[in-house]
Design a protein around this ligand. Sequence first.
Ligand code: TRP
Ligand code: SF4
Length: 404
Amino acid sequence: MNAIAAQHARVLSGMRPTGRLHLGHYHGVLKNWVELQHEYQCFFFVADWHALTTHYDDPSDIPQNTWDMVIDWLAAGVNPKEATLFVQSRVPEHAELHLLLSMITPLGWLERVPTYKDQQEKLKEKDLSTFGFLGYPLLQSADILVYRAGLVPVGEDQVVHVELTREVARRFNHIYGREPDFEQKAEQAIRKMGKKNARLFNNYRKAYQEKGDDEALAAARALLEVQQNIGVADRDRLFGYLEGGGMVILPEPQPLLTRAPRMPGLDGQKMSKSYGNTISLAASPQEVEKQLRTMPTDPARVRRNDPGDPKNCPVWQFHEVYSDERMQEWVQQGCLSAGIGCVECKQPIIEAVLNELKPIQERVREYEEQPDLVRNILNEGCEAAREIARETMDEVRHAMSLDY
Ligand code: TRP
Ligand code: SF4
């Protein structure tokens, strides 16, 4: 597949191996992955090298965390027949591209990424003034670009990394997409499409470049995608030529923000391991019950007869995720009028969470009983990922005069 056509079809996302996942991951990320896998060619991977940038001093947990996390993905419904699941360090092409991109990435671009200083502040007890940590977002760029992914599902905090990726790709194409005889080659490629298509392409190109006609741009792209007579390199040339640039070797990806409702934690803040307010996907029914029974409610309801206000209560946020309109109405009325007690109000949430976790935990058990199956899924995923990554690297090496 050529760069642009592949890009339209591909989704890529990664997670650092933090071990067992929680309900925040499930609602915020995994349900979204499960939907995307039906629509796109999806690549989901364990970012174990990224984990090393902050845990270089004790990497011993990473393998178990990787294993637990992949099993949680599978149990949540990520389907290895639809999506490619793999481990970053098993696809060394990521590292090669990271190195090559590092040659053209200005230090200032990395120093200015806000997560760099933020994380150093947040993880003060660690020495994060390392080369690897500074390069964290560039490694992420390599992760994305090595598959020429078009869409990258990420949370808000990661959008800046996708932005950096776009800038790095643009710079790469600008420097290496300009062959000395680019225009000649592009004109030659146009002729290879045949008279009629060549004329069409030229008209579209003119309409786009002279009048900014976006429909013409889309039509020209569609035309290129169905051409049988031109090879991958020619097509990449023409995609660039169309827009007035050089070859598009590494297309610019877009972030895909998840529109899932915010999953509240047990204290009403966003559910996150660093706040210690999570419900683990592996939590036993007893644990779930205990966690929800002891979670705080509106502080105004000291006694059963004191009315409360769902606005000030984290339990209400759970009702927003789990309850239908009727139930929500019952909570509102019952709370404001002190008609229901908090224990009563929590009961449907406890049931909803238990119902949600039950099938996931059953599937976790099934996968845990079949370690060979999980190993095979990852082995096959790594091989499939490498195949695509190798194609990109062939072109990247060629563009950088590294094909001996
Ligand atoms: N940095 C991401 C996170 O912390 C994980 C990640 C690594 C990633 N490489 C990626 C996400 C590539 C999307 C695409 O969540
Ligand atoms: Fe919260 Fe429900 Fe109690 Fe109201 S009744 S304070 S919404 S737990």
